[in-house]
Design a protein around this ligand. Structure first.
Ligand code: F0G
Length: 489
């Protein structure tokens, strides 16, 4: 097979200069020649207002399995290696990258009013495999999520300082938007009209929004009775055909994969490598916001492990290309009842899925995470750790994050619960520089919040969860004296 390789071109330019659109359909050889020409030092301009350097990065799909590494064109519609069944990833070829110049361009773009530059994903487009297709980008101005200091949560977690990167500030309220803008853009690039996903809720909300924004048909498959109303409501409101299947996430993923070919549907689960590419921007933006100062730790919840794969890949690329000199350690936190990755890393040997995963943090109620081989690689490369936390620990940590004025959905709170355990075990030190990624907005699951604060929350086995940090509402009479008395108590 003769691979057709997309050219990913670095262009360091003033924020308002026109976007060049290189040809994506050229052959490997032609792109190589162009790369050599572009890197001719004579062509390099040093005027900082204009182009200061150019470089082409070649992008293609590669099998993640080290013993296979089969290559495929960037526009081939496959989700697994056709030779060995392994996971796929996007790979780039680049050398001589001027990291400082690119950092400067990325910073300048923040002040620009163009759509691509306003997006906290597409601002970093030099490290995304879409050159030549920027006119097809579907953006809701995703990313641009803040870093928030949280002293109270830091104390609870046993740290001197703790910073949250809150992905719940995204257009549909979760980190999925960072990946979905790329996934749906790839669907457009491939000329697909129908997209689908199985989801614990956030992927479906995000896909429904981006598909509708792009004029595509979207079909979401949900585990019946096991997603929060906030997320189900989003899928309905954004106009997705919504199918609630009597099965769990892992079973439905298998079902949807058999349907994808038959119905000509483009699959947008995190097995899709273009979603992983988009989620890398969470790390790019985080480090840009910290003036490229890597923290000691990045903590995130683990479900299907797509985000762990994306974070690790982003960090490796930034190290390889000279953007950062130190690799932060990844800490992945799972819920006790859905912790196959934790058990695997702890025990070694074969990977065993959990047939009936259970947790009230429904976003991470996944027993057979597809991306575990990638996640294992990223944990190994970053000297990372995997932790698991109980339902009570998640619920209390979530209430503490709420008390910081920040708030998040249950799965996100696994981060703080995990940090508390990791500092207690002295794996994390109190003065470590830690960023925890809050993956979803506080309003994603209001039912959980109400039950916790009113003492009605029960774990999947029916045991009561204690509202240690509960804030019970009180019904009062329409009587100023009575109310004044209550408030003085
Ligand atoms: N946090 C939230 C809020 C999520 O929605 C998810 C995954 C995760 C963490 C775990 O991320 O799968 O990359 O390890 N939600 C997916 C969904 C599965 O369908 O919305 P992961």
């Amino acid at each position: 097979m003769k691979p057709v390789i997309a050219a990913l071109q670095f262009q360091i330019r003033a924020a308002d200069s026109p976007i060049e659109q290189p040809n994506q359909s050229e052959s490997f050889g032609a792109a190589r020649t162009r790369l050599v020409i572009k890197r001719n030092p004579a062509a390099v301009k040093t005027n900082r207002e204009h182009i200061v350097d150019t470089l082409i990065m070649l992008a293609e799909l590669a099998c993640f399995e080290q013993k296979c590494r089969a290559r495929f064109p960037i526009d081939e519609v496959i989700y697994n290696c056709t030779q060995c069944g392994g996971l796929l990833e996007v790979v780039f070829q680049a050398d001589g990258v001027n990291a400082d110049a690119i950092k400067k361009t990325w910073r300048e773009r923040r002040t620009c009013n163009q759509m691509l530059d306003q997006s906290g994903v597409w601002r970093y487009r030099e490290l995304l495999p879409f050159d030549g297709h920027h006119h097809q980008v579907v953006s809701l101005r995703e990313g641009n999520t803040p870093l928030l200091g949280a002293p109270r949560a830091a104390r609870y977690g046993g740290l001197d300082h703790l910073t949250f990167k809150h992905q719940g500030f995204n257009p549909t309220g979760s980190f999925k938007d960072n990946g979905m803008t790329c996934g749906v853009t790839q669907a457009i690039r491939l000329g697909r009209q129908r997209v689908a996903c199985v989801s614990t809720g956030n992927t479906s909300a995000s896909m429904a929004a981006y598909a509708s924004a792009a004029g595509l048909d979207s079909i979401v498959f949900l585990p019946h009775g096991n997603i929060s109303y906030g997320k189900l409501a989003q899928a309905l409101e954004y106009g997705a055909r919504t199918l609630e299947v009597e099965a769990n996430f892992d079973q439905i993923l298998a079902l949807v994969r058999t349907l994808a070919d038959r119905l000509e549907i483009y699959l947008l689960n995190s097995i899709n490598p273009f979603r992983i590419e988009g989620q890398k921007s969470i790390i790019f933006e985080m480090l840009d916001q910290r003036d490229w100062n890597p923290p000691d730790w990045i903590v995130l919840p683990g479900g299907n492990l797509g985000n762990t794969s994306a974070f690790g890949k982003a960090l490796r690329e930034l190290c390889d290309l000279g953007f950062i000199r130190k690799m932060p350690r990844l800490a992945v936190v799972q819920a006790e009842g859905a912790a196959p990755f934790y058990e695997f890393v702890k025990l070694g040997g074969e990977f065993h899925s959990v047939p009936e995963p259970q947790t009230l943090a429904t976003a991470i109620r996944i027993g057979d995470p597809v991306s575990w081989p990638k996640a294992l690689h990223e944990i190994t490369v970053s000297s990372g750790v995997v932790e698991k936390v109980s339902e009570q620990e998640i619920a209390d940590a979530k209430a503490i994050i709420g008390q910081c004025g920040i708030g998040c959905e249950p799965a996100s709170a696994a981060t703080l619960a995990g940090i508390r355990k990791l500092t207690a075990a002295r794996i994390m030190r109190p003065n470590d520089d830690v960023i925890a990624v809050l993956t979803g907005n506080v309003l994603k699951d209001p039912d959980y919040i109400y039950r916790y604060h009113t003492g009605q929350l029960k774990d999947p086995e029916g045991r009561a969860i204690e509202p240690h940090y509960g804030n019970q509402p009180r019904v009062v009479p329409n009587d100023p004296d009575a109310i004044a008395k209550i408030l003085e108590e």
